[in-house]
Design a protein around this ligand. Structure first.
Ligand SMILES: [Ca+2]
Ligand SMILES: [Ca+2]
Ligand SMILES: [Ca+2]
Ligand SMILES: [Ca+2]
Length: 273
């Protein structure tokens, strides 16, 4: 009883340390952070720890990330990667898709978003997308582009190399439109809304339909002139939230560090009794 009491006494300390850092909104659901996947493993090959299906002729593996040597992330190497996993945004609802995106120096061709197709097959085609953020220009720096029905919109905001980005798609599956935001992690004070001029809301790639979005979809290609056949792009920390949610769901390392310190103190005090 005495041990239990002494442990319970430290719970307020743990809580204070936890909330003193960024609080994570409860509405986020983690789809994948790759932390439970073996480093070097191929994604999509019925790999324990993730739910992706992999098509195409490129490689997609889990590696220690280029921006944080203690973090695992997906590394996609062209010529052609098509990865998808179940993620649900029912017809008539709004949800927010979050992920982190990174590339080394050099032009890439990568698209991320959501599909209404259950069975996604031909990795040379991009018509599987509904909500779609694209980086595929041949010059570096590369602009973020937003698929808007049958056309691409171009943002003045660039996808800079060697920089970790937080990305949000606010997806309205009533109007079948997406609003997109990016933020350089630890640099931009707030998410930047992607727009071409006054156009900042983008119709699903195949137009309006009364159906559910059912898959998260990530694709690379080498179709853009200047995009190296073996260019590399990374993504990580895929989350989904109901409604519009522009908070950052990724736990800050300091949160876990402080929690660990608090629990260690509590455990040490327990052992001394
Ligand atoms: Ca990770
Ligand atoms: Ca996992
Ligand atoms: Ca479709
Ligand atoms: Ca719809």
């Amino acid at each position: 009883m005495r041990n239990l009491y002494s442990f319970v006494r430290f719970i307020p300390l743990v809580l204070v340390l936890a909330v003193s850092s960024r609080s994570v909104e409860a509405s986020w659901i983690l789809l994948e952070d790759f932390e439970d996947v073996t480093v070097g493993a191929n994604l999509g090959a019925a790999n324990p720890g993730e739910n992706f299906t992999l098509n195409g002729t490129g490689s997609a593996t889990v590696e220690w990330s280029a921006w944080d040597a203690a973090n695992r992330a997906a590394r996609l190497v062209n010529p052609q990667v098509q990865l998808f996993m179940p993620a649900s945004i029912p017809q008539g609802t709004t949800a927010t898709l979050f992920y982190q995106l990174y590339k080394p120096t050099g032009a890439v061709n990568i698209s991320l978003g959501m599909s209404d197709d259950v069975a996604i097959t031909d990795p040379t085609q991009f018509y599987w997308f509904e909500s779609q953020l694209v980086v595929h220009s041949s010059t570096d720096p590369q602009a973020f582009r937003m698929r808007d029905g049958g056309t691409f919109r171009t943002s003045p905001t660039n996808f800079l190399p060697n920089t970790l980005y937080n990305v949000w798609h606010v997806i309205n599956n009533t109007t079948d439109k997406t609003e997109m935001y990016v933020q350089r992690d630890g640099i931009d004070p707030a998410p930047i809304k992607l727009a071409e001029g006054s156009i900042d809301s983008f119709t699903f790639r195949n137009g309006v339909a009364s159906n559910n979005l059912v898959n998260l979809l990530v694709m690379t290609g080498n179709s853009g002139a200047g995009v190296a056949a073996h260019s590399t792009a990374w993504f990580d920390n895929v989350y989904l939230s109901t409604g519009e949610n522009l908070t950052n769901p990724v736990p800050e390392p300091t949160t876990w560090a402080m929690l660990a310190v608090a629990l260690a103190i509590a455990g040490f005090k327990l052992r001394r009794r």
